[in-house]
Design a protein around this ligand. Structure first.
Ligand SMILES: Cc1cc2nc3c(=O)[nH]c(=O)nc-3n(C[C@H](O)[C@H](O)[C@H](O)COP(=O)(O)O)c2cc1C
Length: 223
């Protein structure tokens, strides 16, 4: 038997993985970044094949990892985690530095960053696992600690979308039969609270979409 509750007890961090160059760069939110060896220092990043960033990493052979702090702005996570660089320039207007390979590094909301050169790509089905040798690292803020995926879910009331390896196809909150006036998107976790909005959820048009991830109204359940 596989009880998905066991997966929810695993611990993960929260990162922005970027790739590309000065002319064209992009990044996505990842909670599946981890160190695979110490000597040489190697870090793995697991990227969905449909993520736009995945194509860029394959093409350029390098990526950067920005480690987010535990009070990181929701807007930054929403931009990098729920929209695609295929549709929008996510790095436009952001605080970006470039590593030795020319890879963009996102500095917003980061406490440290790591630049990697891809040494191996493993096809794991839905995702590509990029194993990168560490070329350069920098700590940029000593005063804050890193955000965990658990903190992210609790503080931001969001959840990892379908492209994340940790995606769990169930409701993050208990569904209620009564009308609490609060509805949650089952794709990203965004909560629509009638008390905070001008239009009650029930009166929103059928083609209304989640403001965070673009999911249809039908993806919302009363909580
Ligand atoms: C909390 C969180 C964790 C995520 N973790 C991963 C991950 O580890 N791997 C992945 O491929 N996508 C992950 N995603 C989804 C991507 O960030 C998302 O699909 C993004 O829109 C892809 O952007 P891109 O198409 O510009 O590359 C995560 C999203 C969130 C919000």
């Amino acid at each position: 038997m596989i009880d998905v509750e066991a997966f929810k007890r695993m611990s993960y961090g929260l990162y922005v993985v970027c790739s590309g160059n000065q002319e064209h760069g992009n990044g996505y939110i990842s909670n599946s970044v981890f160190q695979v060896t110490a000597k040489p220092a190697q870090i793995a990043a697991c990227c969905h094949k449909d993520n736009y960033t995945s194509q860029i990493i394959e093409k350029t052979g390098s990526y950067s990892i920005s480690i987010l702090h535990n009070e990181a702005e929701t807007s930054v996570i929403d931009k990098f985690g729920y929209s695609s660089g295929a549709d929008t320039d996510k790095l436009k207007g952001m605080n970006v530095e470039y590593g030795g390979t020319g890879v963009p590094v996102l500095l917003n909301e980061a406490i440290a960053w790591i630049e990697c050169k891809v040494v191996k790509t493993i096809d794991v089905g839905t995702h590509l696992m990029f194993i990168g040798e560490v070329l350069q690292t920098e700590v940029i803020d000593e005063s804050k600690s890193a955000m965990t995926y658990k903190e992210f879910k609790e503080k931001k009331q969001r959840m990892a979308p379908e492209n994340a390896p940790t995606y769990i196809e169930d409701s993050p909150s208990e569904e209620s039969n009564g009308s609490s006036g609060r509805y949650q998107c089952q794709q990203c976790g965004f909560i629509y609270d009638n008390e905070k909005e001008d239009t009650p959820f029930e009166e929103l048009p059928d083609d209304w979409q989640c403001p965070v991830c673009g999911a249809p109204k039908s993806k919302f359940t009363s909580i």
